[in-house]
Design a protein around this ligand. Sequence first.
Ligand SMILES: Cc1cc2nc3c(=O)[nH]c(=O)nc-3n(C[C@H](O)[C@H](O)[C@H](O)COP(=O)(O)OP(=O)(O)OC[C@H]3O[C@@H](n4cnc5c(N)ncnc54)[C@H](O)[C@@H]3O)c2cc1C
Length: 572
Amino acid sequence: KIIEHAGDLNTQSFDFVVIGGGAAGNVIANRLTENADVSVLLLEAGGFDEDDLLVNVPGFFFNTMGSRLDWNYTAQIGQNNRTGPLTRGFVLGGSTAINGMVYTRGTSEDWDRYADLTGDSGWSWDSVQPYIRKNERFTPPADNHNTSGQFDPAVHGFNGINSVTLFGFLHHLDELIIETSQIPETEFPFNLDQNSGHQLGIGWSQSTIFNGTRSSSAASYLAPPFRQRPNLHILLHAYVTRILPATTNQSHSFSGVEFTQDAGETLQVVTATKEVILSAGTIASPQILLNSGIGDSESLSELGISPLLHLPSVGQNLTEQALLAYIWVVNSTDPRDFAGPNATALTAEYLEQWKETRTGPLVNGGLTTNCFLRLPDNASIFESFEDPSAGPNTARIEVVFSSSDIGMFTVPTPDNFIGASPNLLTPASRGFLTLNTSNLLDHPLINLNLLSSEFDMFAMREGVRSVRRLMEAPPFQGFILQSTINATTDEELDEYIRENVVAGLHPVGTASMSPKGADWGVVDPDLKLKGAEGIRVVDASVLPLVPAAHTQAPVYIVAERAADLIKAAWYL
Ligand SMILES: Cc1cc2nc3c(=O)[nH]c(=O)nc-3n(C[C@H](O)[C@H](O)[C@H](O)COP(=O)(O)OP(=O)(O)OC[C@H]3O[C@@H](n4cnc5c(N)ncnc54)[C@H](O)[C@@H]3O)c2cc1C
């Protein structure tokens, strides 16, 4: 059950303590408590309100950024000395309760590369198929339209826990995008299902939405029948500060979890008799490890933290996608087609419709169509750079379309507009995260270091040019009135990009998997912390490279497999 005060727990000892109730943590909590003999305590720093409209109404997701549901981290962008927000969910459900709901698994090449890199064939595309099915339950869209020709049922699961669906409200912009994909010989061909392992081209987007309502990991994996299990305890407002060694002389065996419910005034400790599962996400998981003395010993000592385990890769290899908002002024007076100046007034009307029937413009998530692109494979940049994408069927750029995204953009003009923005999916640049102070409650220092590689700058420039070609396609004639980026030369584009690039909000890699015995990485392919007993990391931080995808589905897949690995290790 869900409780708010540690005093309401009737024991301080559990088989497993899971830190963080986000995408991964809630999968683990659910799967381990399938066995009634296993006790699990899930500690979540944020709160939970099942009826929160900000969470439940898919069309409100842009408003979650910077809200009470956001950790509100600030990160170094890595260009022109700029800083920017790095939104992460601060609520049960984690970032799945505030994200854009886009469901993309990455390509078969992405997963096969994970298998190669870690030396564990269990991470290959073929091997993770059962975990995709355990997670996914494909459901009809909110408007119950006929979906034939919009996805391939053969590559989907219909019996998993988390609902995935197609758009429930059709935008004119999407009609134009799909029309473009039907043009013979087009550079942007139609792809029936971008989650088949082959993602290139234009397709209908899939989203984690059920019956017009967001399906977060809390709504799905912690739905009432699961959260009512007597062996599952969920403690809210529990901010975990450190993981503690089992005894003072056995410093590489960990079992204690320290947390506070009163902003650090008092610290409490619970014990995991089997394992601590760290699922606090790409930012907080390495932060908790560092706070605990697990990281680069020298820099920990400099901060006054006693090093317990020397793992220099903790917080390194931070890999984040780079997004450049690209707004287009459009010739349309239909308020459903764009994020226009009347958005606020319309929102009230749309919300009434949503409340009454779970239909209307607010039932859609962040994307209703996707476009995944390669860049020219014969470009001279490849003479000096290895391709950072996973292979020839994996995109380098995604065009992020936005139509009725009320609240996302500060309206640049009084005109009506849409977004078609390049997102660099497979960056070569790497950032890092370190502690700022030894204060356990301070935010860490996050440097995303976006576009620091010359390859990434090249890819983003070409991404802008690809978007321009797309918007010049015949179906958009008469609809698109004006581009809001005037830069054309490489130099002009670079300057515009440096000034405007933002975080793609899919960071991974700060507690990376690597082969057993490797001299880099933080966890083994079974997600156990290297050189330690009693800790496993299960969340986006373990992905050694970012997939060419929005990251929630990959994290669900990792967590579903992790649950099986844990069960196998303990014969559960
Ligand atoms: C605004 C936004 C939009 C996004 N859009 C999409 C999208 O459309 N599609 C997609 O696939 N992905 C999207 N993502 C990314 C996706 O949501 C994440 O990759 C995924 O949720 C990561 O899962 P996780 O388990 O690693 O972390 P999270 O889901 O972030 O969960 C971490 C949990 O740990 C908790 N926690 C952190 N620190 C502590 C602590 N010290 N003590 C206790 N608890 C703690 C957090 O509160 C949170 O609940 C988006 C993310 C954001 C922020």
